[in-house]
Write a protein of this length. Sequence first.
Length: 33
Amino acid sequence: MNSAGTGTSTMKYERVKEKMIETSASSVINASI
């Protein structure tokens, strides 16, 4: 297993997760306005 590749995909996943959290957070904010 390539540890460098694993680290890269983990970083990508973290970024995707952040984006999803941001999106859902803004959706909640928009819904409450």
